[in-house]
Design a protein around this ligand. Structure first.
Ligand SMILES: C[S@@+](CC[C@H](N)C(=O)[O-])C[C@H]1O[C@@H](n2cnc3c(N)ncnc32)[C@H](O)[C@@H]1O
Length: 274
């Protein structure tokens, strides 16, 4: 489970420091999402849980003339997004469940893995449908099950307490939206949801020493990070050495990478003009 307050503190700070490596981890997913977004109309785009802003900036680049807004609950990530931005998108530090764009109603809502962290998804989606334009479209990605996402359980033997999060029901976290039936229940105010499976390589390490790079990445990002941080220095070094042994087995073609599996979800706001 990853809560909003964790995103506003430790987890958000780690993602803000590590945005180049988190963007790299999603690099195989982003073209699938952009291609789904390209199919949709919309001149006022809202990126939910935009993080360091890669999706917002990519949508702005591919849709010149559109107004693109990114919103995120982490101030550190919004600062990172603004710092890297070369224009084209504006970023607001706000909870998606309360955000109302003062400059107009969005007609296309997008997100790369930002929506499964909402504490009360039906309430947030209801709010989004009410604040968006009538019949607004939404396109987002989210992880499928832990079983299909080796990156999340590759260290399960080293950290016996590292249970993949349950696929179902409300705990906010990376796998909270793995079950389409559950997502449909969460999409209050939205209709005609479709789920397209996409597979990609989750790159955790690269460069001169991909294994060391992957250890650095997993020590900051993902399910192992908090557990490593709780260890004393010798215990952490011993665990990282054991992790290196595991990661060596996933080094191929100069990168440490794992199979990853996501849904691309599309839906239409229930709100009509009437
Ligand atoms: C896995 S990260 C994805 C970040 C970004 N979309 C990307 O692709 O790099 C999830 C993001 O959702 C944000 N988030 C979680 N709950 C939120 C909420 N209620 N409102 C706005 N952002 C939220 C987090 O702060 C974090 O940036």
């Amino acid at each position: 489970m990853t809560t909003g307050s964790e995103w506003q503190a430790r987890v958000g700070r780690a993602w803000a420091d590590e945005w180049r490596r988190t963007d790299r981890s999603f690099a195989g997913l982003t073209p699938h999402l952009l291609s789904a977004i390209a199919d949709e109309p919309g001149e006022r785009v809202l990126d939910l849980g935009c993080g360091a802003g890669e999706l917002s900036l990519a949508v702005a680049a591919m849709r010149p003339g559109a107004r693109v807004v990114g919103v995120d609950v982490s101030g550190d990530l919004i600062a990172a997004a603004r710092a890297r931005s070369v224009g084209g998108a504006v970023f607001h530090h706000a909870d998606a469940g309360a955000f109302v764009d003062p400059d107009g109603q969005p007609d296309l809502l997008v997100s790369r893995h930002g929506v499964m962290f909402f504490a009360d998804p039906p309430a947030v989606f209801r709010h989004l449908a009410a604040m968006a334009a009538p019949a607004a479209r939404m396109v987002f990605s989210c992880f499928r099950s832990p079983r299909e996402n080796l990156w999340a359980r590759v260290f399960a033997d080293l950290f016996p307490a590292l249970e993949p999060e349950p696929v179902i029901r409300f705990p906010a976290g990376p796998f909270a939206f793995a079950d389409p039936a559950h997502v449909e229940c969460c999409l209050s105010g939205w209709r005609d949801a479709t789920f397209t499976p996409v597979d990609f390589q989750y790159v955790a390490g690269g460069g001169d020493d991909p294994v060391a790079d992957a250890i650095g990445f997993f020590s900051r990002i993902g399910p192992v990070a908090a557990r490593l941080a709780a260890l004393d220095n010798p215990a952490r070094a011993a665990m990282q050495a054991a992790m290196a042994g595991v990661l060596e087995r996933h080094l191929q073609g100069g990168v440490v990478a794992f199979p990853a599996a996501a849904w691309i979800v599309r839906a239409t706001s229930d709100r009509s003009d009437r």
